[in-house]
Design a protein around this ligand. Structure first.
Ligand code: MD5
Ligand code: FE
Length: 199
């Protein structure tokens, strides 16, 4: 895809059943919710987290918070099956010792989108991010270090995994509005898991 970005088509397939079970357990404790941006807009993507902290947005800004602001409890622990999948994918991409402490989970319904942005709220940006796509397909927009750089589009399908490291770790990216569809397991949704070492 680009310097440091590795696309592993269908990599999550063998883990699918375990991931689904773990996903239900996490969402049971900390449900998906629509966060508000610092500018006051509600995001079309619904989010939740598991692990030692969670990425949250509100009127005060973006942060990693050890407490879920919705439940006022710690986020659910990272399921072992999540950790195994993330570490196997990172290893395949050349990161032998990636230990994510956070998994941000994004839920897209038809028309949900994620505008062009960079991920830079993590402490040490030398660690990669592992992203797992589940359910309906989406079109991923991949730019460069500057917002003005040329954008390439990649379709991401159920069970595809991308490891974002090296230069690509700070590239602008986004998800185009999700197309209407029906997935046998995830119905009208796309769920993306991003594994990060945030703390
Ligand atoms: C998604 N999520 O499909 C994407 C997948 C997010 C987010 O963008 O911030 O939750 S992760 C895509 C990603 C992460 C880090 C770097 C780059 C892409 N990149 O260099 O393009 O919901
Ligand atoms: Fe991102």
């Amino acid at each position: 895809m680009a310097e440091g970005a590795v696309l592993l088509r269908q990599f999550a397939s063998p883990y699918e059943a375990d991931i689904l079970t773990a996903l239900r357990q996490v969402v049971d404790i900390s449900p998906f919710r629509h966060l508000v941006t610092p500018g006051g807009y509600q995001m079309s993507v619904a989010m939740t987290n598991c692990g030692k902290a969670g990425w949250v947005s509100d009127r005060t800004g973006y942060r990693y918070d050890p407490i879920d602001p919705m439940t006022q409890q710690p986020w659910p622990a990272m399921p072992q099956s999540f950790l195994t999948l993330a570490q196997q994918a990172a290893k395949e991409a050349g990161y032998a010792d990636f230990t994510p402490d956070v998994c941000l989970m994004n839920r897209y319904l038809p028309a949900s989108k994620l505008s062009l942005h960079q991920d830079k709220d993590e402490q040490d940006l030398r660690h990669p991010i592992v992203s797992v796509s589940l359910g309906l397909p989406a079109i991923f927009q991949f730019g460069g270090l500057s917002r003005q750089d040329k954008i390439t589009k990649y379709p991401l399908h159920h069970s595809d995994v991308v490891v974002w490291g090296g230069a690509s770790r700070l590239y602008y990216h986004g998800i185009l509005p999700l197309k209407e569809g029906e997935h046998p397991i995830f119905r009208r949704s796309r769920i993306n898991l991003t594994f990060r070492k945030a703390l």
